[in-house]
Design a protein around this ligand. Structure first.
Ligand code: EPZ
Length: 444
């Protein structure tokens, strides 16, 4: 297993281009199941999760080929449906990636049947899929559980297509992102006009709606809690559809620059998707300054320069559905706030148990008290390097940030969690001057 060894205390300086978004790419890839025609996506990040999604789609009769990037050209992922008969997403792949559930809606709508292993819990807490099933049942799906699998058909045992409906996707912690992706995708091929209420407003849902429109779907209201979909009989493919930049990767590198008191320029920065995070960062004292944009093309994302003062202000952070502060940046901002000048409070409203990084940050000298879904972070003068354990993707990112700022050596094991969401993070950080190495822990 790989481990990161970080010698902290070096300010980051330089330039990074933000990659395509993992969480946008996964449902976009699953949309290949909605059509008989080829679909090409540009800028799908090369990560464990996207590779596993490719494996899953291959098992479901889609040819997947990859053209690597050349010069300024982004990489392209070609998805070519050739066999529409498979309808079962096997456990051996779905268990590696919860986003395997993304194939349920598209496969059911197009192939009229789907069998997908029920995803298990994970380190960030319970991850139920009841809202996905509620939404698909509202579209007429007949669903039961069998041997740990979700077994679904369209009405009358698969004889009729899905039927449009008024669907409500609100749950105890707000809407559901992948549940909205499933119901939205399925509704594109349902008979009639579907209204999805309490839909997720995340930018990744807007990206999916943009792709589906490029494939011929009739969708309005995406980005708001009410999405309207007029179903059609068939979708086409799409050519060179660009995946949006990864707002969580972008936010993570802003905070990496800030925690090391560095100065970093980030290109392809999804500024408009990060308003809540940038609001909190401004409060803390971090400057994120857009540079004048010379290219006015609509797909061109801005470049920003990140500057951070030595003294950070404490602040309050509450994670919420978009446009609120994203839960996927909670561990990273906690790492940053361990070095602020006073008491900060972080409240987690999406996954109330997503605090596994707290115990590891304590090992590095942080001062954090957890009370239910909140954590009080009392800033300290410095963090000290220590051996720590990565428990999930974003917790690992928080520990890397802490390690970059800490005095001495931090070793973070189980970095496979990190590899699920960040493309070669150690190389990116090395290019910014960090002293970070990936080693096989057998060699430690
Ligand atoms: C997506 O997960 C992301 N994953 C997560 O990112 C992200 O943390 C999460 O959205 C919230 O923003 C992908 O996009 C692949 P949800 P998703 O359904 O869609 C409850 C990362 O680190 N809920 O929006 O699975 C649920 O328990 C990952 O990149 C139900 O009650 O999350 C949670 O409290 C981790 N019933 C809330 O809704 C359901 O049927 C939001 O979860 C579904 C969810």
């Amino acid at each position: 297993m790989d481990t990161f060894v970080i010698n902290g205390g070096r300010p980051l300086r330089g330039n990074v281009r933000i990659n395509g978004s993992k969480n946008a790419a996964l449902p976009l890839m699953a949309a290949a199941l909605l059509t008989d025609h080829p679909l090409t996506l540009e800028g799908v990040p090369d990560l464990a999760d996207t590779r596993n999604m490719s494996r899953l789609l291959k098992r479901l009769g889609i040819d997947v080929t990859h053209t690597p990037p050349e010069d300024q050209q982004p990489s392209q992922l070609h998805l070519n449906p050739h066999d529409p008969t498979p309808t079962a997403a096997p456990y051996d792949i779905v268990r590696t990636m919860r986003a395997g559930i993304c194939v349920l809606g598209p496969m059911l709508a197009k192939r009229r049947a789907a069998r997908v292993s029920m995803p298990g819990g994970c380190a960030i807490g319970d991850r139920p899929v009841d809202l996905h099933l509620r939404g698909l049942r509202a579209l007429g799906a007949e669903i039961h559980l069998e041997a740990g699998d979700i077994v679904a058909t369209t009405p009358r045992g698969g004889q009729d297509p899905l039927q449009a409906a008024h669907v409500f996707l609100g749950g105890p912690n707000g809407s559901t992102v992948l549940g909205t992706a499933n119901v939205l995708s399925a509704a594109t091929l349902a008979k009639g006009t579907t209204i999805i209420e309490a839909a997720a407003c995340e930018p990744e849902i807007v990206d999916l709606a943009n792709l589906l429109r490029a494939m011929g779907a009739n969708i309005t209201g995406d980005g708001s809690p009410c999405i309207i979909v007029e179903g059609i009989d068939e979708l086409t493919g799409a050519d060179a559809y660009p995946v949006m930049p990864d707002r969580i990767e972008a936010g993570t590198y802003v905070m990496a620059a800030a925690i090391t008191n560095g100065e970093v320029t980030l290109n392809n920065f999804p500024l408009d998707s990060l308003t809540a995070a940038l609001d909190r960062l401004t409060h803390i004292g971090v400057t994120v300054e857009p540079e004048t944009n010379t290219d006015a093309s609509p797909t061109n994302y801005p470049t920003v320069r990140v500057l951070s003062p030595r003294r950070l202000n404490p602040t309050q952070v509450t994670t919420q559905p978009h446009p609120g502060f994203p839960t996927d940046l909670q561990a990273q901002i906690m790492a940053l706030l361990t070095l602020a000048d006073g008491n900060a409070i972080i409240t987690e409203k999406i996954f109330p148990d997503r605090f596994l990084h707290v115990a590891e940050l304590l090992r590095m000298g942080a001062n954090i008290t957890r009370v239910g879904p909140s954590a009080m972070v009392t800033g300290t003068r410095e963090l000290v390097g220590a051996p720590v354990m990565a428990s999930d993707l974003r917790a690992s990112a928080g520990l890397v940030l802490a390690g970059l700022a800490a005095q001495g050596t931090t070793t973070i094991n189980r970095v496979y969690h990190l590899d699920r969401g960040y493309h070669k993070m150690e190389r990116t950080l090395q290019s910014l001057g960090a002293d970070i190495q990936r080693v096989d822990d057998k060699n430690l």
